[in-house]
Design a protein around this ligand. Structure first.
Ligand SMILES: *Cc1c(COP(=O)(O)O)cnc(C)c1O
Length: 236
């Protein structure tokens, strides 16, 4: 059972994050409603994930496929939750992931994209994905290098798969100012691709607890926020 103090803390955290997102949207003259908050529930159990949903967060992100499968199984009665696969997706995990109909943020190779397409065909589904970009070129980071990103776009369209945008993460420990510069580069790459390939990429998934304001400045349409939402809440 989740006690009242936990529930009210969660509610306050959700409200505070919403307020900060709205404020950034106003300040940087983005359209109202143009930025969605993905609540990253990977840190907590099913009960707290449900509680987050109850306080108003209807977009939930998980970084491990198994956690996505297990958690989403507890939400079968609730069609109003949208799931987001934000971490690395191994090809042998695609089959069980597609029925949950998540937006897959983390497509980081042509091989993965092709495998998703093949499985989507078998399951008779259409799948929406984002391409994960490693914009800084840092070897320690996941995602497509800029050059690879353009190569993937050259192969597009891919049957049964809609590429809706780009996803990026600033490197661990990157300060928010530097992160903001990387996010700007992601938006520029998106703009170039739209021009060059005449392929709209409306979604930009970038920004986490420490740098979502910078991401909104740069044009993010989805911010993925985990730790801020669970501040002051201890999982037993
Ligand atoms: C964990 C995670 C987040 C959330 O990070 P916080 O700093 O806790 O907000 C966002 N995106 C991805 C891909 C993650 O793995």
């Amino acid at each position: 059972m989740i006690d009242e103090s936990t529930r009210s803390r969660l509610k306050a955290n959700w409200q505070a994050v919403q307020d900060e997102v709205s404020e950034a949207v106003d300040r940087y003259r983005r359209d109202p409603g143009s930025v969605s908050i993905i609540g990253v529930s990977k840190y907590v159990d099913v009960e707290l994930t449900k509680a987050l949903c109850d306080v108003g967060c209807s977009n939930l992100g998980e970084s491990r496929p198994q956690s996505l499968w297990e958690k989403s199984a507890h939400f079968t009665d609730n069609g109003s939750v949208h799931w987001h696969m934000i971490g690395h997706l191994q090809r042998n995990k695609i089959r069980r992931t597609l029925p949950i109909a998540p937006l897959i943020h983390s497509v980081d190779s042509q091989r993965l994209l092709d495998a998703i397409s093949e499985e989507a065909e078998l399951q008779g589904r259409n799948v929406s994905v984002l391409l994960e970009v490693n914009i800084s070129g840092d070897q320690a980071k996941t995602g497509l290098l800029r050059k690879e990103l353009f190569e993937v776009m050259e192969q597009a369209p891919v049957a049964h798969v809609q590429i809706k945008g780009l996803m990026a993460m600033a490197g661990r420990g990157t300060d928010p100012i530097e992160a903001g510069k990387q996010f700007e580069l992601v938006r520029q790459a998106r703009d170039e691709i739209e021009q060059q390939f005449d392929h709209p990429l409306p979604e930009l998934s970038m920004g986490m607890s420490g740098d979502f304001v910078q991401a909104i400045t740069a044009g993010a349409t989805m911010v993925r926020i985990g730790s801020r939402l669970f501040e002051g809440i201890v999982q037993r």
